[in-house]
Design a protein around this ligand. Structure first.
Ligand code: NDP
Length: 335
């Protein structure tokens, strides 16, 4: 069972040296336990926060232990009456090939149906990132038909779902993403109304002019994934009584300061700004997953994946995710 452990904490940008590949024995099962062969590992920005020791919304990752992470896989041995060999499951298997689970604890392992939804999608559009998009859009922004919703990191796992859900509710969806390829995909494949390449607009003046052109009626809802100058530019174009779902601020995850140029605009525009952590809203997961699963199964919700091959490739793929090298949901394929 090959695993990736965290061996040191990064100062600023993490490096491959913070991780170690180890070979561990596949443990024997006791009563109530299930052995899962992980097929895909999910790499997510929150993992950067867990690499630190300090206070964050996520608990620190212990050193010299397997990195925590979401996985999908297949039951290969079972001593639990609720799971049989061949069941497809989603869980928190970690950065490793096999996972031994005490499946008698409710909820640690969920069976999933792969008839109409591919297994890997349960880590993306029909998993935690999808529910994140759903919560911020539906519960915080709650767009009316005809309103304009802007989302940053628009081609990514969360952002891609935000825009498509907004469109499904009759809103206008405008993405912000890094690079012409990502922007083309967001408009042509995902069906957003427009997408702004922030790498082409590096200063406030240029970015806010691009936003003005893409959002002629102003901005009613903003789904924030990035922070910094992008947030400043959006606030300048925000309408009265607009809503901001504060989901992530990836531009500051390595400790960079993220100053706000004009917080008074929140007051001037009478805005509602709400942060949230998706795992604290388990009550919405069934409703959200139902809508997301149906949309994927019927081809109404599209997604894209960046897939690294093999557990040894996980650290590099994770470092790439923090720099925007991924294009869509970042996964590691383990079999
Ligand atoms: P993505 O698939 O969107 O990948 C991350 C993307 O962020 C990159 O592809 C890149 O896109 C962009 N990015 C990286 N660094 C920077 C930077 N310095 N400046 C601007 N953009 C950058 O990841 P997810 O969809 O999984 O996550 C998106 C956001 O949602 C993150 O902030 C994450 O922390 C947050 N999140 C929050 C949750 C919650 O409960 N609150 C739950 C899940 C996710 P590009 O090339 O376009 O710049």
């Amino acid at each position: 069972n090959r695993q990736i452990q965290l061996v040191s904490r990064p100062q600023g940008e993490p490096t491959a040296d913070n991780f170690r590949l180890v070979e561990a024995a596949v443990p024997a099962l006791s009563e109530g336990q299930v052995l899962v062969r992980n097929h895909f590992l999910s790499l997510d920005p929150y993992m950067r926060g867990r690499m630190n020791d300090g206070k964050s919304y996520a608990q620190p990752q212990p050193l010299n232990e397997v990195m925590l992470g979401g996985t999908v896989g297949e039951v290969v041995e079972s001593r639990n009456e609720h799971f049989k060999v061949g069941d497809k499951v989603v869980g928190m298997g970690g950065w490793q090939e096999y996972q031994l689970v005490d499946a008698s604890q409710r909820g640690v392992l969920q069976k999933v149906d792969t008839t109409h939804v591919p297994l890997s999608a349960y880590l993306g559009a029909v998993g935690m990132p999808g529910v994140t998009a759903w919560y911020g859009l539906v519960k915080i922004i709650n767009p009316k038909a005809g309103e304009t919703v802007v989302v940053s990191a628009a081609s990514g796992a969360v952002g891609s779902v935000v825009g498509q859900l907004a469109k499904a509710r009759g809103a206008r969806a405008v993405g912000i993403a890094g690079g012409a390829d990502k922007c083309r995909y967001v408009v042509e494949e995902l069906g957003f109304d427009a997408c702004i390449d922030y790498k082409e607009h590096r200063d406030m003046k240029s970015l806010s002019a691009a936003l003005k052109a893409a959002c002629p009626d102003g901005i009613d809802g903003y789904f924030e994934n990035v922070g910094g100058i992008i947030l400043d530019a959006v606030l300048l174009r925000a309408n009265a009584f607009s809503r901001v779902a504060m989901c992530g601020m990836i531009s500051g995850y390595n400790g960079e300061p993220i100053p706000m140029a004009a917080p008074q605009l929140i007051l001037v525009n009478r805005m509602k700004v709400e942060g949230f952590i998706v795992s604290e809203h388990m009550e919405v997961w069934p409703e959200a997953l139902k809508e997301l699963g149906t949309m994927v199964a019927t081809g109404k919700l599209k997604f894209r994946e960046s897939v690294a091959e093999g557990i040894a490739a996980a650290p590099e793929a994770f470092l790439g995710l923090l720099k925007g090298k991924n294009f869509g949901k970042q996964l590691v394929k383990l079999v």
